[in-house]
Write a protein that binds this ligand. Sequence first.
Ligand SMILES: Nc1nc2c(c(=O)[nH]1)N[C@H]1C(S)=C(S)[C@@H](COP(=O)(O)O)O[C@H]1N2
Ligand SMILES: [Mo]
Length: 199
Amino acid sequence: MPVISRGFRGRRGEGPSDRIPPGQHRVDDFPVLSAGPTPHTPLEQWTFTIESGAEPVTWTWDEFRALPREEVTVDIHCVTKWSKLDTVWEGVSLDTLLGHVEHDASYLVAFCDGGYTTNLPLEHVTDGKAWVAYGYDGEPLEPEHGGPARLLVPHLYFWKSAKWIRGFRLQDEDEPGFWESNGYHLLGDPWQEQRYWGD
Ligand SMILES: Nc1nc2c(c(=O)[nH]1)N[C@H]1C(S)=C(S)[C@@H](COP(=O)(O)O)O[C@H]1N2
Ligand SMILES: [Mo]
């Protein structure tokens, strides 16, 4: 017999209202949304780099995989209105990564294979709010979903979770990324429905 948790309506496309932000509906599949082709960078050539005012800090794939890892179960919310509950990821916390850098920046711009970028305030990616994930549902992250590694910032709309991430740049000023330069909100909090400029 299926277990229906308290407050769960159970009808297709609906979910517990305390977990589905306004204007969103629940999906059980995992849609793929990419603005361009899926890059396939060989792991021997893959690096992850944090750029700041000082010397950049870079990890190879093996070094990155040796960093302390976390498994997290989180809900994700795409601005195209689907939400997916209880997704399970494995990766490295941004707290761990930023612990390797001395800086007094307030923002970052994530950069990716393929040229995608997205901007985030550091207070929205620290204290256990963001990861660079390389595992999904107990398996290596599939290329279509951003493998070998993607950013995971589940409390903001999923366009912030940059696929095929290769690093980020720490800076003093907020600088719009790819979608943010094309009309999407600078922050993107789904609970505030911050979809577009002016929301
Ligand atoms: N590099 C890159 N990252 C990206 C995108 C993209 O086009 N390129 N699309 C974003 C958007 S709009 C969403 S909703 C999610 C989709 O992730 P998924 O394909 O794993 O569902 O990735 C985000 N990260
Ligand atoms: Mo999206």
